[in-house]
Design a protein around this ligand. Structure first.
Ligand SMILES: C[S@@+](CC[C@H](N)C(=O)[O-])C[C@H]1O[C@@H](n2cnc3c(N)ncnc32)[C@H](O)[C@@H]1O
Length: 334
């Protein structure tokens, strides 16, 4: 076990898995009627296991659309270099966080930056020369991320996602936003399709010229304008229990958020890498939008959730908040 493994992983994988199964009970949690949080029965588990790959499988051959259950430090050398059009990274933040037994502890910024460097340089090697990379963080780890990303890539924007939900604090402002750094290998040659990520917004000031709506349209549901997206995103809620995409992952990202990244920065048929796959959000959105993916996740249960979400995506390609090629406002019912 190398320095980073021993420093950050306090529990063996087997213990994590057993602890998780014990805490959930073999038949999983009982949910309230309208709670659509994904669950997996014991009977389903075997079938889903056959859909996920190990590091050994990867060593034998790299294939399209792999969910790899393993440690990214063991996997990265077996993933091709200069291959992915898009890399989405949602690593553990510099916080005390328990991923069902895999505990991360808050650390000094310089130590966190060394942790980022320990995998980020290799991850960058996987990006095509004209590829794009996004990395998610919160206010506390964001400046560390900026420093480390700039050692390898050119940052061309920082998206602020206003998450809406956050834990209240008595002696501080509650945390209601996250950063998403947008970086490229070559600032003169990268793909960006702004047309695919336009937004439908309610018109507040409905100007008319010669009696006709200016840049907006009247519909039965109200007056709307199709607008270019900015780097401030206030139209996306975190997944919650009544949404079919919801899992028990503690830091799951919304499909709508990843849909924007994927549509803007990749084409159909392109390859997307996610080295911290979690519950499988990037893989699921890639499949719904006809892209290929490769995701690595150390927790087996999370990989199984990802696999089940992929199966569900075969029959339901809907991404909540994205319909008719347009991103709708938060709580629009779309
Ligand atoms: C912030 S979460 C990602 C959540 C994901 N974006 C989603 O929507 O579900 C980070 C994930 O990285 C995983 N992880 C942490 N260290 C890892 C490692 N060395 N190799 C692979 N996965 C790791 C954790 O188990 C956790 O699920």
């Amino acid at each position: 076990m190398d320095y980073y493994m021993s420093a950050y992983f306090h529990t063996s994988l087997k213990q994590i898995h057993n602890t998780y199964l014990t805490s959930m009970g073999e038949d999983k949690k009982k949910r309230a009627g309208r709670n659509r949080t994904l669950s997996i029965t014991q009977a389903e588990t075997e079938g889903l296991e056959s859909l996920i790959y190990s590091c050994d499988d990867l060593r034998k051959s790299f294939q399209d659309d792999m969910i790899i259950n393993g440690d990214l430090f063991d996997c990265l050398d077996n993933i091709p270099n200069d291959f992915f059009s898009l890399i989405i990274i949602d690593p553990p933040y510099n916080l005390d966080k328990n991923f069902h037994g895999l505990k991360f502890s808050s650390m000094k910024s310089d130590v966190f930056e060394d942790y980022l460097r320990s995998w980020f340089y290799k991850v960058c090697d996987k990006l095509k020369p004209n590829g794009s990379l996004y990395m998610c963080g919160d206010w506390k780890c964001s400046s560390s991320m900026q420093r480390v990303i700039e050692e390898k890539l050119t940052i061309i924007n920082r998206i602020t996602w206003q998450r809406e939900k956050g834990r209240g604090a008595k002696t501080n402002w509650k945390n209601g936003m996250e950063d998403i750094w947008f970086a490229v290998k070559n600032k003169n040659d990268y793909y960006f399709d702004v047309e695919s990520v336009k937004m439908k917004r309610k018109v507040i000031a409905p100007y008319r010229t010669e009696g006709k709506p200016k840049d907006w349209c009247e519909t039965e549901d109200g007056n709307f304008r199709i607008t270019y997206p900015s780097n401030f995103w206030d139209d996306i809620s975190i997944p919650f229990w009544s949404m079919p995409e919801n899992t028990d992952h503690p830091t799951q990202k919304p499909e709508k958020l990843y849909a924007k990244l994927i549509l803007a920065s990749s084409k159909e048929g392109d390859y997307i890498l996610d080295p911290f796959l979690g519950s499988g959000t990037s893989a699921v959105v890639a499949r719904k939008l006809n892209r290929h993916f490769c995701g690595i996740e150390i927790n087996k249960e999370y990989c199984l959730w990802g696999a089940k979400r992929l199966i569900n995506a075969e029959s339901d390609k809907k991404i909540q908040g994205y319909a008719d090629g347009i991103f709708w406002e938060r709580n629009s019912g779309k």
